[in-house]
Ligand binder design. Sequence first.
Ligand code: AMP
Length: 507
Amino acid sequence: MDILKNIRETALTHPKRCAVQSREQKLTYEELEEYSNRLAVWIAKNSQDRKRPVIVYGHKNPYMVVCFLACAKAGRSYVPQDICIPVSRVDETVLSVEPELTFVVEGDYQTEIGTEIGKDEIEEIVKQKTNETDVLQPLTKDEVWYIIFTSGSTGTPKGVTITERNLSNFLDWSITLGTSTNAKKGKVFLNQAPFSFDLSVMDLYTCLAVGGTLWCLTKDVQKDYQKLLESLKRSDAAIMVSTPSFADVCLSDPAFAQTALPNLGLFLFCGETLTNRTARRLLERFPSAKVMNTYGPTESTVAVTQVEITPELAAGTSPLPVGRPKPGTTLQICGPDGRVLPEGEKGEIIILGNTVSPGYYQNTLQTEKHFFTYTEEGIPAQGYRTGDKGYLKDGMLYYCGRIDLQIKLHGYRIELEDIENNLLRLPQIEKAAVLPNIKDGRVKSISAYLVCPGMTAPERTYAEMLKESLRTFLPEYMIPKKLIFMDRLPMTGNGKVDRKALGSAVL
Ligand code: AMP
């Protein structure tokens, strides 16, 4: 699919249709098309190096989408950064990317690297007509469309690169997910995830590909039940793309039901375990809606499997399946020695196919560890070792957790070592181990076990002070709920923290 072409066509056929709405800010298809063209020309004329990605900073602002499309039209990759990410962590990303340009659409992020362009300046640029579009050389198939940074075990985020080819292969499939492409045309899609998470790619680009309207649920709306329901009602949305955790938040309001939201007919889930209970409750509240479970990591472009969760499936035994592979994707289950296991046996899920990323941005070590190249009918293709455990039954994939220390908390992907390494940045902490607290198969919170020899205040006060310091490095969702102080951490024979002993000793 040529997403830019689809947007251009909608701009011609339905110029006044709203493309993106967030808070009271809206952009029509005509505006999105013209503004992104003008900004693209400006980018092409004001930056020299096609290889240096552009940072786009803000929170669900329609102008962020203008920046994304402008980058693609000018042949630049972009790195979305939401304002929920602490400045010091954004700084680390900026340092590794060395952007020539940073668009600060919202908030007051400042950087010494490259040029910063604020919202006022962007608005000025996009209002000026230009006929210099011949300076534009859009991204080619194998160039990187976006780089999404996810939690990395070293304590700094790692950037997953997604090419134009990856994205368009994903969109060829996502426009057919759950309902036909025709049935999706012009519909309102709800956006829950910030643009810095890859789940948002599912709603943003699928919506723009079918000429729909993206209705963004901003963070303040998501925090307040009343505002949330009001916004959902006003949206007249037909399709909701979210994590199951977010559906649970919505379901805790009894008014979240078909009577209040008559057009909401399709739920697309990804990112964490969808429980039978959540699926059942949704299908009870929205009897004529479809619930789809999908599975995949950022490294394979959002999702690579799909299955409809019917009332029968939801009523049956857990766990729910996560789906069959999409066209262009093959799944394998491998043992620790790399051998492909037969159906029914549990092992690591390996994803092969045309939406697998070429690797992490400027990180050969991690890329070589997780990605590999193979040939399919003589053509080189990409494979990715997910670190997820699972098994196949009649071609259907079932997910059974992780083989490493990555977790999902309220839909957020977190490497526990990322938190540990950031805790160790605080001079008061000598040793740190972070463990998830699991209930009903889901992580409910995280606890940190710490050795702080010079603790100067009562535990409670000290814990709050440490959490406050940690907030300069980590976003709120990565801050451990409980800090437990110990004289020493249990160790294994080979000198590593004994997580098992820690779990059973303290929990
Ligand atoms: P992210 O890169 O943030 O999309 O996170 C990817 C990880 O989320 C996967 O490697 C899985 O561990 C988990 N995940 C994604 N989809 C599902 C699903 N449908 N059910 C359970 N876990 C999932």
